[in-house]
Design a protein around this ligand. Structure first.
Ligand SMILES: *Cc1c(COP(=O)(O)O)cnc(C)c1O
Length: 434
């Protein structure tokens, strides 16, 4: 393709120099085939979403706001059928009353476990915020306080499942197995849906009654299949990540076996009430529209992640996953081993944002972290990480976690801007850019 001088000119107005632009273009050229395969996954997932909406007869009435108890909320009930259909579950709970991903996961666990049961994580330490839910770090209202025990089997050093250890850990008390699909902020590979499937079939052979729950955060629509299709009983996620498509202003979901979802509903509202109550207020239309856009938004975020990986890998930085690796979530880590480039990276992402672009992110002490943290986010929805964002603890090895991008063009611009900041401060080896 010939370069469009108007685009180059616009980038220049944003302060992106010719060298940075040309380097980005060279990297993008090499990613054509990769991008085409992402497009194909997005196409399939888009059709899946539309088919689910058609099958369940989504209509304009579904967008009406309900208030109070929310009895017979057609929009809410239909949306839950659409989610169940898309993710191939028997049922789903999709609610604005589920405040975030951690809440959705806590709800799924607390509603399906009883005192005396045991929870097992066969994939190592779960996401940070779950430590307090489980009671690994003592906390008010944790599962531990209710007499629910926890066991963990770490992944083997190469990232494989410790099948022997898992077999030993499963006992008469084991009720739920929790499998985190995305690596989150851990240094281990993200699990593909097919790897999750292998793990689940191994577990079910040992004890068929175990409920296999997958923390699906950041994984939705990245692949052609979702974990319920690989044997999971329950998947859980946040609507301000992938499935909300950037439009949902709040919310979480649980999808899977009817009984699991039912338990969650009775816990979310009350025994006796379950799914029957819970007004959708005015947000339900954005849930539908967000789900409709989600395959294409996730596609943009994936392109951004792979573009960033290849840019920074070519410049000699450690990237995880590697530029050429297959993708199972939308997170990209870049390790700088030094403070200055990490901060410059985040400042570049911020400078490219549609919202709050004029602020400069700085490292600061955040509750719950043992070091300063830097966060770049210029999002329409507070904390939304399907929107272009980057953050990380400001300590060795100075890794920044980069994710999101509602459009590929914005993700690309953000990454070019990050590189521009490094370039200006002489934090990159310019010889590698030629
Ligand atoms: C984001 C995330 C969570 C928690 O979600 P919040 O909305 O931040 O509470 C849990 N697990 C994983 C893997 C996540 O990425």
């Amino acid at each position: 393709m010939k370069e469009n001088p108007m685009i180059i000119n616009q980038y220049e107005k944003f302060g992106i120099c010719k060298e940075v632009y040309a380097f980005g273009r060279k990297i993008e050229e090499k990613l054509k085939d990769r991008f085409l395969s992402f497009d194909q996954t997005a196409e399939l997932n888009q059709l899946k979403v539309i088919a689910a909406m058609q099958k369940h007869r989504v209509s304009a009435e579904c967008f009406n706001a309900t208030s109070g108890y929310g009895y017979n909320d057609l929009g809410r009930d239909t949306l839950e059928k659409v989610y169940a259909e898309c993710f191939r579950g028997e049922d789903a709970l999709v609610r604005p009353q589920i405040t975030c991903g951690t809440h959705a996961l806590a709800l799924a666990l607390m509603s399906n476990l009883r005192p005396g049961d045991e929870l097992l994580s066969p994939v190592g330490k779960p996401y940070d915020t779950l430590e307090e839910v489980i009671g690994i770090r003592p906390s008010k209202g944790s599962l531990a306080e209710y007499g629910i025990t926890y066991r963990q089997v770490d992944l083997l050093p190469e990232g494989n499942f410790d099948y022997e250890g898992i077999q030993k850990a499963i006992n008469e008390k084991t009720k739920i197995v929790t499998i985190q699909r995305s690596k989150g902020y851990a240094v281990r590979p993200t699990l593909s849906v097919s790897k999750i499937g292998e793990l689940i079939s191994f577990i079910k052979k040992i004890k068929p009654g175990i409920i296999c729950m997958v923390d699906n955060c950041y994984g939705e629509f990245v692949e052609e299949k979702e974990p319920l299709e690989a044997g999971a009983d329950m998947i859980v996620g946040s609507l301000i990540k992938n499935p909300g498509g950037g439009l949902a202003p709040i919310g979480g979901y649980i999808a899977g076996k009817k009984e699991c979802v039912e338990h969650a509903a009775y816990r979310l509202t009350s025994p006796g009430l379950g799914k029957e109550v819970g007004a959708s207020l005015g947000v339900i239309q954005s849930f539908y529209q967000g789900l409709f856009l989600a395959p294409s938004v996730v596609n943009s975020a994936l392109k951004g992640a792979v573009f960033a990986a290849n840019i920074y890998e070519a410049l000699g930085f450690d990237v995880f996953p590697k530029g050429g690796e297959s993708r199972h979530d939308i997170i990209q880590a870049v390790t700088f081993h030094e403070k200055a480039p990490m901060i410059a990276f985040c400042q570049g992402i911020q400078a490219a944002a549609p919202v709050d672009s004029y602020v400069t992110p700085e490292p600061w002490a955040m509750p719950g972290y043992d070091s300063d943290v830097i966060m770049a986010a210029g999002a329409f929805v507070q904390g939304s990480s399907i929107e272009l964002s980057a953050d990380g603890p400001v300590k060795l090895p100075y890794s920044v976690y980069f994710q999101g991008g509602l459009t590929w063009y914005h993700a690309k611009f953000g990454i070019l801007m990050s590189l521009q900041k490094l370039y200006e401060q002489n934090l990159v080896n310019k010889d590698l850019m030629c």
